[in-house]
Design a protein around this ligand. Structure first.
Ligand code: HOZ
Length: 428
């Protein structure tokens, strides 16, 4: 049994001051029931809560902690930057270094602008595409989550889906009507949408791999089809790599799939655990941004020196340590172990994985889209989640979020995880 005294007291206090007690909905544990725990500290692959419970963490602050928590090189970089000042609102050299680094890692990016979150990145990329094409409509895919800007919060994944509100209140119907929502991996649906509206579609936005309704992958050739349709219709192809960027490969999902998007969006890892977003791509499109062009976008803390320093330290360490091979090996070990654990417990779990991202759906596969994902047994997932938490392992508190492995996880951690999972699965 976990001791929850301090966490429960903090949550009770938080409920008086913060809507739902949390600053981002999925943290409230509504997808699994019970109260969230409060973190005292985190180091490497482990989180310690305020009651002294220690968990092996597979959320990794929802993706940024690819090197584990409180990586010494990131801490040192942030400390050194802080000594020089925490924010200027004036250009600083680290912004230029970071822009160069992003371009080296992701060749489709000719110019890049930094902002403060993934939501800002996707929101700005959509505005930019609309300004560039002088069109209004966009295409997104159901279950994909691109942050919480109005035009993107339609049939959205992540917390919106977990809470059963994929279409948020407060989004005017006049905005939402410009967003065409299609089933993912459905070739005929996207061809038909372009046939009907091709000349009106400013942008098509898709996640590097859909990872906000669990995790499912594009069918072979699907992303190439999206690329061609966009090119044929003068539509801006926006690749949302907020989760997948710098995680699935140095060059993100676009490197894995051999794509050259018009614009890409980043967040999470690029900030090394500090708040950052970025969007970049074709220079002719990016140069439509103010002050060069008519599309306005700005931010007091954009290019913040601490965030740039943390992000640079993270990117440099990923490359210096050949992290991607290690992450993939750990992912493979977890996948094989979990499959065996589920089999021996007689529980049907469809394990989906790409590199260090994963999701175990409680139900039969294959899972190619949101409708398939929705068939999973969420009650069973909730029991699994709490069982694992009691054993000292923290997975995302929703069936519809991806899990993340870091370079701080060891093969011994994974073995322990699989052993605990076998026990918990047998008890379901
Ligand atoms: N939207 C994030 C997961 N896909 C959750 C962010 C958070 O709650 O911190």
């Amino acid at each position: 049994m976990l001791t929850r005294t301090k966490s429960d007291a903090l949550f009770a206090a938080a409920l008086n001051h913060i809507p739902g007690g949390v600053n981002s909905p999925v943290r409230a544990f509504r997808g699994v029931g019970g109260n969230p725990f409060f973190v005292e500290s985190a180091k490497g692959a482990r989180i310690t809560d305020v009651d002294g419970n220690v968990f092996i963490d597979y959320v990794g602050t929802w993706g940024p902690a690819i090197l584990g928590h409180a990586h010494p090189k990131i801490i040192r970089a942030v400390q050194a930057a802080a000594e020089r000042g925490t924010s200027f609102g004036i250009p600083n050299p680290a912004e230029v270094t970071m822009a160069e680094r992003v371009k080296q890692f992701v060749p489709s990016v000719q110019k890049v602008r930094f902002c403060n979150s993934g939501t800002e990145a996707t929101m700005s990329a959509i505005r930019l595409a609309r300004g560039f094409t002088k069109r209004d409509k966009i295409i997104k895919f159901d279950g994909c989550y691109h942050g919480h800007a109005d035009s993107l919060l339609v049939k959205a994944g992540s917390g919106a889906l977990t809470l059963g509100n994929p279409d948020s209140a407060g989004v005017p119907a006049d905005f939402a009507k410009h967003t065409l929502v299609l089933p993912f991996n459905d070739v005929e649906a996207v061809k038909a949408a372009f046939a009907a509206h091709g000349a009106e579609i400013a942008a098509l936005i898709v996640e590097g791999v859909p990872a906000n309704a669990g995790l499912y992958l594009p069918r072979p050739g699907y992303y190439e089809l999206l690329t061609h349709l966009c090119r044929d219709h003068g539509t801006v192809f926006i690749f949302d790599e907020v989760m997948t960027g710098f995680r699935l490969a140095k060059g993100g999902a676009q490197e894995l799939y051999g794509l050259t998007p018009d614009l890409s969006c980043f967040g999470k890892i690029i900030g090394g655990g500090l708040p950052v977003g970025a969007f970049g791509g074709r220079a002719d499109i990016m140069d439509c941004l103010a002050p060069l062009g008519p599309v306005y976008q700005a931010g007091t803390l954009s290019g913040n020196p601490l965030a740039m320093a943390a992000g640079l330290a993270a990117l440099d360490e990923l490359v210096a340590t050949d992290a991607y091979a290690q992450l993939d090996a750990l992912g493979r070990q977890l996948e094989a172990g979990m499959a065996e654990a589920a089999k021996s417990a007689g529980v049907t779990v469809t394990w989906q994985r790409l590199g260090s991202m994963f999701c175990g759906y409680f139900g039969p596969g294959p899972i190619w889209n949101l409708a398939d994902a929705m068939r999973s047994d969420r009650a069973k997932f909730a029991k699994f989640f709490h069982g694992m938490l009691a054993e000292g392992f923290y997975f995302a508190p929703s069936q519809f979020e991806a899990g993340f492995i870091s370079t701080a996880h060891t093969t011994v951690d994974i073995e322990a995880t699989v052993k605990a999972a076998a026990k918990v699965l047998r008890s379901l």
